[in-house]
Design a protein. Structure first.
Length: 161
């Protein structure tokens, strides 16, 4: 058996970044997760072009993102209408998103986003089609240096009141 181009590239190591959970309302879902986790959400953000409001709970280098639609035509609204609340996507971080997308495309993986786009917190993201990933919507996010001051809010993110 031959070695795939993906196996040859050690610089493409991925790490779990976050799990996205679709919710009907942040107003009702955030308190549930605050009780479950024993603490408040770290911040909220709105991603206009994805028509989503996000509440984030950070855990070291990973996090949980609660996703609320801001439009009835948004991808989250469509997901909720079809499947109801629950896990929406799994996100993996990669060192070089554009290069990773190129290699995945060449390897036959179906891309929703052939080029990186803006995600929550001004991150660079792209989605892979579930038809190529065993039915799971996978988001890739380009790694960036993590904040060194613990829980201080990054620019553009609203703290939870």
């Amino acid at each position: 058996m031959g070695t795939s181009p993906l196996q040859k590239r050690r610089d493409f190591a991925m790490k779990l970044d976050h799990v996205g959970i679709a919710v009907e309302s942040l107003r009702t879902a955030v308190p549930v997760f605050e009780r479950l986790l024993g603490r408040r959400a770290d911040f909220e953000d709105v991603v206009e072009d994805q028509q989503v409001r996000v509440a984030v709970f950070e855990f070291g280098r990973s996090r949980i993102e609660l996703l609320e639609a801001t439009s009835p035509t948004s991808p989250i609204a469509r997901f909720l209408a079809k499947r109801g609340p629950g896990m929406h996507h799994l996100t993996l971080s990669v060192p070089n998103l554009a290069e990773r997308l190129r290699v995945l495309d060449e390897s036959g993986v179906r891309l929703i986003d052939p080029k990186p786009r803006r995600g929550a917190g001004n991150s660079r993201i792209a989605f892979l089609h579930p038809a190529s990933t065993s039915g799971v919507l996978i988001e890739l996010v380009e790694e960036k240096r993590r904040r060194s001051q613990g829980r201080s809010n990054p620019k553009g993110r609203a703290p939870r009141a």
